[in-house]
Design a protein around this ligand. Structure first.
Ligand code: ATR
Length: 278
């Protein structure tokens, strides 16, 4: 290393062409006037280990990792944050001076920070949370809600086995509600989260009832295309406040950018517009 290299970072996925991360980090590099580049890296799972060994030698200071690499990247890391270790998955990698990989997971941080910034008076301890979906994104959301002090969390998923397996990782605050009775998960809930792909462009809509939710509940969706999803619309029909999912994507990117490029970036309306313009 000469110390004069322009720092490089990227997002490792497969596929990765649709990722908004290059636009997001590119916006921060440009507006903060920092040297650096952030690129999409389409990496076959069979090549991940080799790529992670090579990237630091080519001037990369770190990377984001997305589907299907989050668990494998964590397993290949030499060191990890507590959160990544708890989740067994990484979304942010920092390459250390000796070329080894430090793994972090900022998905839950992004999720919670988005809610706290968009709804400052939201109190996670004020009542039960209902989480729809038990896929990859759900685990980070559940972990973050429990860390934030949610007293009780009802998890419901079309495939019961997946919900049961996920709940078993978390202990007694998490219970599973059968998908046939999913509306019961929402009863008196003060926090409502959709982590299923229902409502995403090209996917079937979310059609469950959220009628039992507490008055003035807070609802959020990890789907952000479209921004205003059927889940958020149903929540609003029942008096909930809603926060769209784009902010989670923007906030989860902050710690990585700061570690790689040395400056704390901000999540602003202009950033949202820039990312949505893609
Ligand atoms: P991600 O990693 O983004 O969470 P995933 O692991 O494929 O993606 O999970 C997608 C989630 O959406 C799952 O909870 C899935 O339910 P299953 O576990 O039963 O597959 C849920 N999902 C997708 N399509 C669905 C549908 N038509 N009805 C109900 N749930 C659906």
């Amino acid at each position: 290393m000469t110390g004069t290299r322009v720092p490089l970072a990227g997002v490792i996925g497969h596929p990765v062409a649709h990722s908004k991360s290059p636009r997001l980090h590119g916006y921060w590099l440009r507006t903060l006037g920092l040297p650096g580049h952030y690129v999409p890296l389409d990496v076959d799972p069979a090549d991940l280990e080799q790529v992670l060994r090579a990237l630091p030698k080519a001037g990369f200071v770190g990377a984001n990792v997305t589907i299907p690499h989050k668990e494998a990247a964590f397993a290949l890391a030499k060191d990890a944050s507590e959160t990544a270790a708890r989740l067994g998955a990484a979304n942010t990698l920092i390459f250390q001076p000796d070329g080894s990989v430090y793994a972090d997971n900022t998905d839950g941080y992004g999720f919670i920070t988005n809610l706290r910034q968009s709804a400052p008076d939201w109190d996670p301890a004020s009542g039960p949370a209902a989480v729809f979906g038990a896929g990859g994104a759900s685990r980070a959301v559940i972990d973050a809600l429990l860390q934030a002090g949610v007293p009780e969390l009802r998890l419901t998923n079309r495939t019961a086995d997946r919900a049961n397996a996920l709940a078993a990782q978390f202990g007694p605050r998490v219970s599973v509600i059968d998908w046939q009775h999913a509306d019961r998960a929402a009863e008196e809930a003060t926090t409502l989260v959709n982590t299923t792909s229902l409502g995403m462009e090209g996917q079937p809509p979310f059609t469950l009832s959220l009628a039992g939710a507490a008055a003035n509940a807070l609802a959020t969706d990890i789907v952000y295309a479209p921004l205003d999803t059927p889940f958020l619309q149903e929540a609003r029909r029942n008096g909930a406040r809603t926060v769209d999912g784009l902010g989670m994507l923007l906030h989860q990117a902050v710690p990585g950018f700061r570690a790689w490029f040395g400056k704390q970036p901000e999540v602003t309306p202009a950033l949202r517009d820039a990312v949505l313009a893609s």
